[in-house]
Design a protein around this ligand. Sequence first.
Ligand SMILES: *Cc1c(COP(=O)(O)O)cnc(C)c1O
Length: 308
Amino acid sequence: MELKNHLHIPSPVSEINTSWSKDHNVRIQLKRDDLIHPLISGNKWRKLSGIFSKFNAEHFDKIVTYGGAYSNHLVATAVVCAIQKIPCKGIVRGEEPKERNALLQLCRLYGMQIEFISRAKYMKTNRLYGVFDRELFIPEGGACHEGTLGCTHILSETNLSNVDQIYVSCGTGTTIAGMHSYLQAQNLKIPLIGIQVLKGSKYIEAELLHRFNIGNCIIYDQFHEGGYAKTNAQLIDFIHDFTVETGILLDPIYTGKMMFAIKQLIEQNAIESGKKILAIHTGGMTGWLGKGEELNYLKKTPHNIKDV
Ligand SMILES: *Cc1c(COP(=O)(O)O)cnc(C)c1O
């Protein structure tokens, strides 16, 4: 299939060696879904792959989807649709701004039609998932059953024989739901742990139960760092240090918070010495396009290559 030539699948797994993982004797493997494509965020591709199977099987003509103005999902959908020459429309929450941000400009470059709608109208319609004429509607974030089907491949293409625990960040819970269904289908009992990136006590647990009927994932809801898409100096410093130590950039909204949580769990011995964990780098690099000013938090001086 044409699309496959544009994507790096199966994505590789990197061994992560940081001072804190070595100190505590925890082995971290990172599934590099960030490498699938520079603009199609890793797990957004996984979700879209399931949704496009439906699109192709049922011969739709057009995609219509939803997102906030900084949505990785909208960019991913625009790129996938351009590769497949499928017309697409992105419905964006809120009033039309005077200037479009870099993510929405990317959507336009890839040919997506953009429409802004009021928050009130958006709230009423964004969870609609279904068919209107020959248009396939995809809810915000690709959060639907077909989205979970695509996410089963994150684990199906990964060797899990030496893995004690699996970590992934959660926004809607669709990605972890797909991973969960894979483990269940394979009868694998590896604990699957979600890091909730938005504020709200037991929010993802409730979503998993109500939307996907899943009751046995472990979700930590205390590592959101102030709320969805919020950042602070500690988080940005952590991402900086991780990038310098490993050469792998995390995003500020999802994977940065997941890895920062893993570090804290290791330091609190909630992840014990000797454990081997698999963390999923779900991508999200386009998130930095909306977060440039946050780099002002970074107080560290650039390190001198000669000193390394
Ligand atoms: C959207 C996104 C997530 C959240 O995935 P859900 O399926 O909504 O839980 C995680 N990581 C990245 C990089 C994302 O862009």
